[in-house]
Design a protein around this ligand. Structure first.
Ligand code: HPA
Ligand code: ZN
Length: 352
């Protein structure tokens, strides 16, 4: 599917992208060399080829093919080459430069802190690298960003809280002396038997600091409807999450999609991520039905380099083509992302 000039030139906002999921094989290769890390691949071609065989993340299936990592195993394996502040800076600058090329004007990337601190990388290397990129990309590429710190939901809740306390002085919101890197918390990684309510304390800490809250409810996960129900009606002292990342399974149940409408909770969808394992004529009618019911959704990439190099523009092209939307409807989807974002009003109006 090639990207049409119309999609390429649309001004875009991206609200669901994991910065670690934008690490290209080329940058990974270079960072491995720079940091004297040996990768389990003899050649760059072999490394590149390894990106094509990542299975969908199904941790409940133990009988998977040996040697082929699950999606999240591949994602965290990629992180291994990220060691120094410059590595995180280079990763972020590469993505933000790509944003400029795709006419993404503003983005709210997710970052994992625990994925790095648990390997012995100091939190300040991660945070200062991203902070420097946030400033430089705005100046050099005119791409603005406000970041989202994710709790790793398959790690102990206490570890997430500790990570939050470490990261807190890089926050925006009402944090005194906060450096302004991130303005929200999210919930990512393996959702298997890890419902959102386990992290209620983390969400309330963040809210007390004036930060926003969002959380993943991955498509097709075990207990996905229960997780979505918690995200809409139970978390944040019953007020619900401000957005839901994915949440496509809400389409199956009227009480869920009505809940999204009533509470004005938007979904950050990543169509290509689902399309990898869902038939076109099942997936895109599902997205269409959500749109027809008036659920607010926006289109994003998730982990583009681990998902066949399909970025936000490729995801938009898929929806445009396979949902059979008009140009006006596509413009509305692009505007939904502006509305759903937590950008300041002047930033929003500069994109709109
Ligand atoms: N799901 C959950 N957590 C993640 C993902 C994902 O697809 N990518 C990076 N962290
Ligand atoms: Zn995601």
């Amino acid at each position: 599917l090639s990207i049409s000039p119309f999609i390429a030139s649309l001004p875009k906002v991206e609200l669901h992208v994991h910065i670690e999921g934008t690490l290209t094989p080329a940058l990974r290769w270079n960072l491995a060399e720079r940091n004297n890390i040996s990768l389990p691949y003899e050649t760059f071609e072999e490394l590149k080829a390894s990106y094509a065989v990542t299975l969908n993340h199904r941790p409940e299936l133990n009988g998977r093919q040996p040697g082929i990592p699950t999606f999240l195993e591949a994602y965290f394996a990629g992180c291994e080459v990220l060691r120094t502040e410059d590595d995180f800076y280079d990763l972020a600058m590469a993505y933000l430069h790509r944003c400029a090329e795709m006419n993404v004007r503003y983005t709210e990337p997710f970052f994992d802190i625990q994925a790095h601190t648990r390997r012995g990388v100091p939190a300040n290397a991660v945070l200062n690298g991203y902070l420097r990129a946030q400033h430089d990309a705005e100046k050099q590429f005119n791409v603005k960003s406000q970041w989202i710190m994710c709790f790793l939901r398959d790690e102990a809740v206490e570890d997430g809280l500790a990570a939050y306390h470490e990261a807190r002085s890089w926050a925006a919101g009402t944090v005194k002396g906060g450096k302004g890197l991130f303005h929200a918390v999210g919930l990512a990684s393996n959702a298997y038997e890890r419902p959102p309510m386990l992290f209620e304390e983390g969400f309330s800490l963040a809210r007390a600091d004036g930060l926003h809250v969002t959380m993943h409810c991955d498509f097709g996960q075990k207990d996905t409807h229960d997780h979505i129900n918690e995200a809409i009606f139970e978390v944040c002292g019953g007020e619900g999450s401000e957005r839901i990342d994915h949440g496509l399974d809400s389409e199956d149940r009227e009480e869920l999609w009505r809940g999204l409408l009533e509470r004005n909770i938007g979904l950050t969808l990543c169509p290509h991520a689902y399309h990898r394992r869902t038939a076109t004529d099942v997936l895109f009618p599902k997205v269409r039905r959500l749109l027809e019911r008036g659920v607010k959704v926006c289109i994003n990439s998730d982990d583009p380099t681990l998902m066949h190099d399909v970025w936000i523009d490729g995801n938009m092209q898929k929806v445009y083509t396979y949902c059979g939307l008009t140009k006006t409807e596509m413009v509305q989807l692009a505007r939904n992302a502006v509305d759903m974002s937590w950008a300041k009003d002047d930033v929003k109006s500069s994109i709109y």
